[in-house]
Design a protein around this ligand. Structure first.
Ligand SMILES: *Cc1c(COP(=O)(O)O)cnc(C)c1O
Length: 386
């Protein structure tokens, strides 16, 4: 291959995630929130936890918000709150982060992977319907990479079959979905329970682990709150078997600051995505991420797909790395082929879309502090390969 001429790499190195740059302009506010939390010394269930829950509720259009320790616990608590019998089936996407399955598996529920759509990477509602049995207790939809799954179709399938819909909204906080009746649904608030994660790399990331649950049902919110706190209904009275899964006060205090910037950061991510789209959409050997016109996209990831030929994707990744552009494969192995889930008895070939995506996806750097010079450089490096 001839060596293409590149513009000089941008002065600042490009990172997949640049939390230091994101925090720099709000550092004084973060320092002040941290100082106050340390001064108050109410480290568990301090006032910032409830304040953050109320502010996040407002951001999401008013659901009850129950903070917890991380996004995986949130999924587990959501399933616990459904009180499904042991062995009940939980439909999950074949292409998602492992936590979506793990939460069901640790409860003795049976994760049932279902294939995803090739364009949006999200659950295929028809495949979901086909997978429903008399043992199905819940569907867990993941709004992967920041775009809503087909919430209207999934809500309808769940209602028609009397099963619960859980939304794993770890990657799509703030995304909305326009229904055929013109209503705007907020991701995470449409299912019986929605969950999210404040893992540092998420769109609303903390300074360690954190998570939350959303529900529009007040009684369910109260139950989730108890489950997340040792099943306790009042101090030292344990009505249920619960978890110790609380959001630290320090995390809540810092997340309150970051929540004030989330809309602005989401807009910056959308700008990055639009810039990549404009520069790369005409390429034949690479596809830019498809947009579902009904959903907003908050671009937790900007994920290309390359032609499904041996070595193609890895060659692009190496080319990018050689020119100082980091990239990542989310996710290299579908969950039904992970060693831990072999006991479920699936084999290669059963979920062809998920399996192909694992061979063909590549995510480019996308974070709110990328500057135009860097975006243009990334696009030029990709174009030189394609
Ligand atoms: C990050 C993530 C989780 C898990 O969240 P943690 O806070 O790391 O436990 C679950 N599901 C999806 C889709 C995620 O991206």
């Amino acid at each position: 291959m001839p060596v293409p001429q590149f513009p000089l790499p941008p002065s600042a190195p490009i990172q997949l995630l640049d939390l230091r740059a994101q925090h720099a302009p709000i550092r004084a506010e973060l320092d002040e929130a941290l100082r106050q939390a340390l001064d108050e010394a109410a480290f568990i269930q301090g006032p910032a936890v409830q304040q953050f829950a109320l502010e996040l509720s407002e951001y999401l259009g008013g659901p009850h918000v129950v903070p917890c320790a991380n996004g995986t616990d949130a999924l587990q608590l959501a399933l616990m709150a459904l009180r499904l019998p042991r062995g009940a089936e939980v439909i999950v996407p074949a292409f998602t982060y492992v936590a979506t399955l793990e939460a069901a598996a640790v409860l003795g529920l049976v994760p049932v992977p279902v294939d995803v759509l090739p364009d949006t990477f999200n659950l295929d509602p028809q495949a979901v319907e086909a997978a429903i049995t008399s043992r199905t207790g819940a569907i867990v939809a993941v709004h992967l990479f920041g775009q809503c799954a087909d919430l209207e179709a999934l809500r309808a399938v769940a209602d028609q079959h009397g099963v619960a819909l859980i939304e794993d909204n770890a990657q799509a906080i703030g995304a909305t979905f326009r229904t055929s009746r013109g209503e705007f649904w907020v991701a995470g608030t449409v299912g019986e329970v929605g969950t999210t994660s404040f893992f540092p790399s998420k769109n609303l990331g903390g300074f360690g682990d954190g998570g939350a649950l959303f529900t529009r049902d007040e009684a369910r919110a109260a139950y989730l709150r108890q489950l997340a706190n040792h099943g306790q209904t009042r101090k030292y009275h344990h009505e249920y078997i619960g978890l110790n899964s609380r959001l630290d006060t320090v995390q809540a205090a810092l997340l309150r600051v970051k929540l004030r910037y989330l809309s602005q950061w989401t807009a910056a991510r959308q700008h990055v995505a639009a810039s990549y789209d404009a520069a790369l959409a005409d390429l034949q050997t690479i596809s830019v991420p498809a947009r579902d016109p009904r959903s907003t996209h908050v671009f937790h990831q900007y994920t290309l797909t390359v032609a499904d030929e041996p070595g193609r994707r890895n060659a692009l990744q190496q080319h990018l790395a050689a020119h100082g552009v980091p990239s990542q494969v989310y996710y290299p192995l579908p969950n039904h082929l992970q060693p831990a889930y072999q006991y479920l008895g699936y084999h290669a070939g059963q979920f062809p879309v998920a399996e192909r995506l694992c061979r063909t996806v590549l995510s480019l750097p996308i974070h709110p502090t990328l500057v135009q010079e860097q975006l243009a450089y990334v696009a030029d490096v990709v174009r030189a390969w394609a």
